[in-house]
Design a protein around this ligand. Structure first.
Ligand code: HAM
Length: 449
């Protein structure tokens, strides 16, 4: 049956379109309050380890000159070629959101004259990085890294200790992980290896995808990262960089491995690990965990290595350095899979009130308790005592301090045991003292159990 459309109502003003809700940019997310405790646990483990190993915090700008990353990370890396958020300011500056922090930290070392400090300079950082990559599981466009850099030190023991630190942080968090390690030598030994690799893959060029053919021309080492099954098969026969290392790099690498053996850090030699950033020399490593997620089966929780040439590339004096960065998003996601949760923050006392006078006194009592270091909670905007008691229970308060009209007149307060429901009346001036007494008593009781 054909119905005639109802005639449109005449209205004076044109109909307003309801505004559409706005989502976060693709590949970026909110870290919500419910997620913060597990993030805090991860961040705290990083900070504790950094300070135990003698590192100091540095904060560099989130935005740097684009040239820093072109020179530092490398013009032909995926990060610089495809993944940078770059823009020009109205003043004509060419800037980029940082895709990583090693280049920034080295820039800061040079521009702040840290060469004049006692060496090595050991710095840590934690903050957001930006890569305009294809978003997928464990890969975001804004992600958080914790990193440590040791600048002004060439010894192999530093490389080993950095790898150890990344392992220690994950172990402290309850995440089992293994290190994959390799040495890529000096730029010269790497150039020789590149030639060998190019002639190997050239003989199999027909089997390469268009992307991999381009890689073969521009950055042949990246072929070793290819996920194409055909390339992965060819890789098994490909020359290995270890056979092209100069004597110094080889000896350095052997020492790194000996130190790792000494401290019992589990590692696997990975002859094809080359990393996606151009600044590396000698040691490179990544830290992996087995994941329950099928797509994330082998997800790198962190990576690092030595970068003895970076200072010079950035206009500084030749300065040896090494470091690593952990991906906090991936670590938190692994912690979730393993159900690693921090204990919920407890509350000792809930301060409840009735009537306007009661609310005023309760407001002041809350301040006294808080200043005395008691974990107190409140819901001063609620009127009904029943609602307040429900909140107190939800928050897990052991006691409630209740101040109503009568208590205000009497100069008293009620202390209610939330488990048994028993109540006692105390002098209002003694609330903090009484609560502290109860807390001490409860502590002794749990200790004796
Ligand atoms: P990277 O391997 O590029 O190294 O990044 C380190 C870690 O950051 C990765 O292992 C991963 O956990 C995390 N990560 C990287 N990209 C993403 C992403 N799109 N989404 C989520 N997590 C990600 C560096 O950045 C070097 N600066 C490390 C270093 C420090 N080398 C020497 N010092």
């Amino acid at each position: 049956m054909n119905k005639k459309p109802a005639p449109k109502k005449e209205s004076a003003a044109p109909a307003k379109k309801a505004p559409q809700p706005i989502s976060p940019p693709r590949g970026m997310r909110d870290v919500l309050p419910a997620d913060q405790p597990v993030w805090d646990l991860a961040r705290q483990a990083c900070r504790n380890v950094a300070s135990a190993y003698g590192f100091e915090r540095i904060e560099t700008p989130v935005v740097e000159e684009t040239a820093l990353f072109i020179r530092g990370v490398g013009k032909q890396t995926d990060i610089v070629e495809k993944e940078m958020y770059s823009f020009e300011t109205s003043g004509g500056e060419k800037l980029s959101l940082r895709p990583e922090s090693t280049a920034s930290v080295m820039r800061a070392y040079i521009s702040n004259g840290m060469l004049n400090l006692p060496q090595p300079v050991k710095l840590w950082y934690l903050g957001p990085m930006f890569r305009h990559d294809r978003p997928q599981h464990g890969r975001y466009r804004q992600f958080f890294q914790f990193g440590c850099e040791v600048i002004g030190d060439e010894d192999a023991v530093t490389d080993a200790q950095l790898a150890l630190m990344s392992h220690v942080i994950l172990k402290d968090l309850g995440v089992e992980a293994t290190i994959r390690i390799n040495s890529i030598g000096t730029p010269e030994s790497r150039a020789n290896y590149k030639n060998a690799l190019v002639s190997y893959f050239r003989s199999k060029r027909a089997k390469l995808s268009e992307d991999d053919k381009k890689r073969l021309l521009k950055n042949p080492l990246r072929l070793l990262d290819s996920k194409d099954p055909a390339v992965m098969e060819m890789k098994a026969e490909a020359p290995q960089i270890i056979d092209w290392l100069d004597e110094d790099s080889k000896a350095h690498f052997m020492r790194v491995l000996e130190y790792l053996d000494e401290v019992g850090v589990p590692y696997q030699l990975d002859p094809y690990l080359v990393r996606g950033l151009d600044y590396y020399t000698k040691t490179v490593f990544e830290i992996f965990t087995a994941s329950d997620e099928p797509e994330g089966a082998q997800s790198a929780l962190g990576g690092g290595g030595r970068y003895d040439g970076l200072a010079e590339i950035l206009g500084g004096r030749p300065t040896s350095a090494a470091g690593f960065a952990l991906g906090l998003d991936r670590i938190v996601s692994r912690m979730r899979e393993l159900k690693i949760e921090p204990p919920a923050p407890g509350v000792d006392v809930f301060v409840a009130q009735l009537g306007e006078q009661g609310r005023k006194k309760a407001l002041a009592a809350f301040e006294e308790l808080r200043k005395a270091g008691v974990r107190a909670a409140e819901a001063f905007s609620k009127n009904a005592i029943k609602t307040q008691m429900e909140i107190a229970n939800r928050r897990g308060a052991k006691w409630a301090v209740v101040i109503g009209q009568k208590e205000v007149l009497d100069g008293t307060a009620i202390i209610r045991d939330m488990d048994s429901g028993t109540q006692e009346i105390v002098d209002a001036r003694k609330v903090v003292h009484e609560i502290k007494k109860k807390l001490d008593h409860a502590e002794v009781k749990t200790e004796n159990h």
